[in-house]
Write a protein that binds this ligand. Structure first.
Ligand code: GAR
Length: 191
């Protein structure tokens, strides 16, 4: 199963997937490309250090459909079969979603449908919930929306700050995303 990973920043979830593929924990899979919409995404160097090809496709004020068409073409050129959004902070156009039916997944740092959008950890913290977590889900045209694949709850502790809570959620994100990709790979190509 050929995987394409889309990032916009740090890329720690991308690293978790690449490392799990390289170590054989995720079997029968290959990360064919990491694509960023930002030239300065810190994740780009981390992907290159791991021997993964990287491509930058900047938005440059173009309409979303046009930007997405270029990304779709980069993915199709490499025969990508599963697209993983890993901190990719843009909504996908309907044509992108339709180009990879049931083959685009995303990780989000909350128990969706609670707290979609930016700063989900802060949203949960400010709401005073006792449990939040992370979700891997299929992607549709809506923000942080689509059928849930896996979820992991994370307790909010007394004395937590947004930072300590976010760090604990991130550790779980890495585990959950690897588990979800492993599941997709094991069911491939029927999943
Ligand atoms: C992660 O916490 C991910 O769940 C979140 O962005 C961060 C990216 O970190 N994604 C979203 O909020 C999507 N709505 P990373 O670049 O280190 O993987």
């Amino acid at each position: 199963m050929k995987i394409g990973i889309l990032i916009s920043g740090r890329g720690s979830n991308m690293v978790a997937i690449v490392d799990a593929v390289n170590s054989g924990e995720i079997a029968d899979a290959e990360v064919a490309v990491v694509i960023s919409d930002k030239t300065d995404a810190a994740g780009l160097d981390k992907a290159r250090d791991r021997g993964v090809e990287t491509v930058v496709v900047e938005r440059r004020g173009r309409p979303r459909e046009e930007h997405d068409a270029e990304i779709i073409s980069e993915l199709q050129k490499r025969s990508v079969e599963l697209v993983c959004l890993a901190g990719y902070m843009r909504l996908l156009s309907p044509s992108f979603v339709q180009a990879f039916p049931n083959k685009i997944i995303n990780i989000h740092p909350s128990l969706l449908p609670a707290f979609p959008g930016l700063d989900a950890q802060r949203q949960a913290f400010d709401a005073g919930v006792k449990v939040t977590g992370c979700t891997v889900h299929f992607v549709d045209e809506l923000l942080d929306h689509g059928e849930v694949i896996l979820q992991q709850p994370v307790a909010v502790h007394e004395g937590d700050t947004v930072e300590t809570l976010s760090a604990r959620i991130l550790e779980e994100e890495h585990r959950l995303y690897v588990a979800a990709v492993k599941m997709m790979a094991s069911k491939f190509p029927s999943s």
